[in-house]
Design a protein around this ligand. Structure first.
Ligand code: KIV
Ligand code: ZN
Length: 536
């Protein structure tokens, strides 16, 4: 046991930054409605702090932080700001509705590389600006967090000087980011120990860590940090985030819980909400969770080999270190059938934690009945997919009325599509390279637009040949990239509905100001992934 831990509490705070750093993940941007849904789920998950966005970045970011601060009860709500007056004032205004639960998170890069090439500032100027930022933020809120960006590549002595200065200026949390995912566990743990030994006053503030996953070490680095006295971990659902992402909340929380014998640390997370949070974020961002992802992947609790299955039947601990129920996976439960009434349906949704408006509930019920006609067994996961589709759908401009596709090895794939636009019924047909291409081209013809498909992925939601197939798309319309998803037992129909979802979002968004471009390097090339399901 690490001697340095003796004087500090065993409670590790979980700071979720899915809505800020997670949203910086290329292709993962969310609208206001989606952000609020995620924030509500994070509150059910009982994270300690929600970083809801970067208010100065765009009016949309500001609105999101403001709405989360106003509507989500429980966790502290943080807004990010550079050490600049305009950023800090905007962040203060955004978190104000949270009252004493409002936090301003100011950051400034400290490493030599950033000082020289990005900021062109000397060390003294950095300290001065960091102190000014924290002092300014303290004039608005009591809870101020400071992050020396690129801390892991900063000279440790200078990092200690900066930390000391911001603590003296009133920072209540000091966050040590491994901004570029350069750290390795032993060294990162040592850095935290070094700061605890060399920064006067550091024991009076909370040390957080914020690790990126460029080398796949974000969770390991965060764990090394808490072994050495950090008491806050910044992380995201499904490890979403810039480039290779951030420390994954589900992995780091379950590591501390499962290996409590080693770490002796607690979080306040309601782990049974983890799976739903993972599905929700995946659904709303269009970022598919890989099947073999730890804790929340579809295979995380699946046992394929005979030896393992035999062991599992004798005693689950033979091959399972966590119970699926611990993270809220109950996918094998048969919940409702086609004879279930509206009341039973709504009650069940309540049990699953969903609050729908009357219109959404009615639409979800109709979708459920339509599915129950096609599929014998309906699982909780099927319901979650249906409901999330209703909740994320913008008021549709076009709805799919009819789809017919003819395809085969010797046939030119052709689609006939009928769409409804208010009282108008519009119909057309087109050929394509395959049935999906034909359906999408026909939709383009009817709507008079041209979307460019950047990403296509298909996942089955539950088991069985009649499982719902969920199609996630990323589509470019001019300068705007839109994510969309839809599920159906027929994957061509799922693709057409997902595409129509993108078209509708695009048409609704067109009236909004264009999103502020974030500094992102273009991906070298877009991946086009397609998994075939038997029923195609
Ligand atoms: O990665 C990083 O350094 C950040 C800071 C703003 C904390 O996201
Ligand atoms: Zn980050």
């Amino acid at each position: 046991m690490n001697a340095k831990r003796k004087n500090i509490a065993d409670r590790v705070k979980i700071f979720d930054t899915t809505l800020r750093d997670g949203e910086q993940c290329p292709g993962a941007s969310m609208g206001l409605r989606e952000k609020l849904e995620v924030a509500r789920q994070l509150a059910r998950l009982k994270v300690d702090i929600i970083e809801a966005g970067f208010p100065i970045a765009s009016p949309g970011d500001f609105e999101a932080v403001h709405a989360v601060a106003r509507e989500v009860k429980g966790p502290i709500i943080a807004g990010l700001a550079r050490c600049l007056e305009k950023d800090i004032e905007r962040a203060a205004e955004a978190v104000a509705p949270a009252g004493t639960r409002g936090r301003i998170h100011v950051f400034l890069a400290t490493s030599a590389i950033h000082r020289q090439f990005k900021l062109r500032k000397a060390k003294e100027e950095i300290v001065k600006q960091a102190v000014a930022g924290v002092t300014m933020a303290r004039q608005h809120v009591k809870d101020v967090q400071f992050s020396p960006e690129d801390a892991s590549r900063t000279e440790p002595e200078f990092l200690a000087d900066v930390c000391q200065a911001v603590i003296e200026a009133g920072a209540t949390t000091v966050n040590i980011p491994d901004t570029v995912g350069y750290a390795v566990p032993e060294q990162f743990g040592d850095l935290i120990a070094y700061l605890r030994d060399n920064v006067p006053g550091i024991d009076n503030v909370t040390i957080h860590v914020h690790c990126h996953n460029d080398l796949g070490l974000a969770v390991a680095n965060s764990l090394a940090a808490v072994r050495n006295g950090a008491r806050g971990i910044e992380c995201t659902i499904n490890g979403l985030g810039e480039r290779a992402g951030n420390c994954s909340l589900e992995e780091v929380v379950m590591a501390m819980r499962t290996r409590n014998d080693f770490y002796g640390l607690q979080t306040g997370v309601e782990t049974r909400e983890i799976f739903r949070a993972s599905r929700l974020v995946s659904q709303l961002t269009g970022m598919v969770v890989q099947r073999n992802k730890a804790v929340v992947g579809a295979n995380a609790f699946a046992h394929e080999s005979g030896i393992h299955q035999d062991g599992m039947l004798k005693h689950s601990t033979t091959y399972e270190i966590m119970q699926p129920e611990d993270v809220g996976i109950s996918g094998t439960e048969l919940v409702l059938g086609k004879h279930s009434g509206r009341h039973a349906f709504t009650n069940h949704l309540h049990k699953l934690g969903f609050r729908l408006s009357a219109t959404e509930s009615a639409a979800a019920y109709d979708a459920f009945i339509a599915l129950a006609d096609k599929k014998k067994t309906i699982y909780d996961d099927d319901l979650v997919a249906i409901v999330q589709q209703q909740m994320t759908e913008p008021p549709p401009v076009y709805t799919l009325d009819y789809l017919h596709v003819s395809t085969g090895s010797d046939t030119v794939p052709t689609a006939t599509v009928r769409l409804q636009k208010q009282d108008e019924v519009l119909q057309d047909a087109a050929c394509g390279d395959g049935p999906v291409d034909a359906a999408l081209k026909t939709i383009d013809r009817i709507c008079g637009i041209q979307g460019k498909l950047l990403d296509f992925s298909l996942q089955s939601i539950t088991q069985g040949k009649d499982a719902l197939g969920e199609v996630s798309l990323r589509v470019e319309f001019g300068r705007r990239v839109v994510n969309g998803k839809a599920s159906s037992t027929d994957i061509v129909e799922a693709a057409a509905r997902a595409y129509l979802n993108c078209v509708n979002r695009h048409l609704v968004d067109q009236n909004d100001p264009a999103p502020t471009p974030k500094t992102r390097r273009a991906r070298p090339k877009t991946t086009k992934r397609s998994t075939r399901k038997k029923r195609s």
